[in-house]
Design a protein around this ligand. Structure first.
Ligand code: COA
Ligand code: MG
Length: 299
């Protein structure tokens, strides 16, 4: 699946915001049926979401269309899925999962609903929010060993985890994430790469602070995150730019590949007075592959 740099949350009961999704420039929308929608509006949001998807069939969509369903323990998940699967979402954002077991349950639901509604089998991806319960961080490593075909990426969240553990804050006095949240963020990053899927960083809450978002996103990408959740359309361009390789990075990647090409069979080469070995070559290839994927026209 095409890498997702920006995934913009859009409340599923807001026609006004849904209407802005097509022109947002996001790689994906995440139409929300969970916490952005009040209980009394869930049914209406399901209907609106299904209509929105159906009006933008696969192959004729701008942004990829994902849906955040309600968690398994609410008893609402099956109703959410039953309402939207036939309209062919690209994927399901699965909140508050405890681990691969919950994701497998969801995957089994999708198996049945895809067959029932004639949607291509296995075509709906899953992106779990994999740190929102106290149990979840302990199961992150299992995503690497229990290969789930539908798994497209892993992302993490701090707000629900802090609520679940009765924490009055998830921040340090300096405003950065407190240790618990830095820990689960790192584990999510490692788990995603161990499973060979996209590592999606959590949202940047202050949506008026573009400079802060850019700095934080550039650092996230430098650490190995491949994309990020957005909550406001103004965050999309800064996120897309921050998660795309810069011209300087592309030039460097090409130079690294050229240096290895010039010495076939060599395991290490020199470039600009620095030693390069195979990990550098792999990273250079990843950089070029990412850039090529982002410049492809949207499917
Ligand atoms: N998707 C699409 N359009 C959005 C949007 C979003 N996430 N957030 C804001 N907009 C639209 C607004 O409707 C507004 O357009 P309008 O003037 O035609 O109504 C325009 O962008 C500017 O919005 P702005 O006034 O700056 O923000 P706001 O005060 O209306 O909304 C939030 C602020 C945070 C409530 C809103 O950004 C939002 O709903 N974000 C998503 C929340 C969410 O889904 N959370 C769940 C996951 S954490
Ligand atoms: Mg939440």
């Amino acid at each position: 699946m095409k890498p997702l740099r920006s995934l913009l949350f859009v409340p599923g009961d807001s026609e006004r915001k849904l209407a802005k999704g097509d022109s947002s420039g996001a790689d994906a929308l995440i139409i929300d049926l969970e916490d952005a929608v009040a209980p009394e509006n869930k049914a209406r949001a399901r209907g609106l979401t299904a209509e929105y998807l159906a009006a933008r069939p696969r192959g004729a969509r701008g942004p990829a269309l994902w849906v955040r369903v309600n968690p398994l323990d609410t008893g609402l998940t099956l109703q959410d899925l039953a309402a939207i699967v036939a309209a062919g979402p690209d994927g399901i954002l699965a909140p508050k999962v405890d681990g691969p077991g919950d994701v497998t349950v969801l995957s089994n639901y999708l198996d049945a609903l895809e067959v029932q509604s004639g949607v291509e089998q296995g075509s709906i991806g899953i992106l779990p929010v994999a740190t929102e319960t106290p149990q979840a961080p302990f199961n992150l490593g299992a995503f690497g060993s229990q290969r789930i075909d539908r798994l497209v990426g892993l992302t993490w969240g701090a707000e629900d985890l802090s609520a679940a553990i009765g924490a009055s804050t998830n921040l340090d006095p300096d405003g950065g994430w407190a240790l618990t949240y830095r820990l689960v963020r790192s584990l999510t990053l490692l788990a995603a790469h161990s499973a060979g899927v996209q590592a999606i960083d959590t949202l940047y809450v202050d949506f008026r602070d573009e400079a802060g978002l850019r700095e934080s996103s550039r650092r996230a990408r430098a650490e190995g995150f491949t994309g990020r959740v957005a909550i406001h359309p103004d965050q999309v361009v800064p996120i897309n730019e921050s998660f795309s390789p810069s011209d300087a990075e592309l030039a460097h990647a090409r130079a690294v590949i050229a240096a290895f090409d010039a010495q076939p069979g060599a395991g290490t080469v020199g470039l600009d007075g620095k030693m390069l070995d195979i990990p550098h070559l792999k990273q250079a290839r990843k950089t070029l592959a990412a850039a090529a994927a982002y410049t492809e026209p949207l499917a």
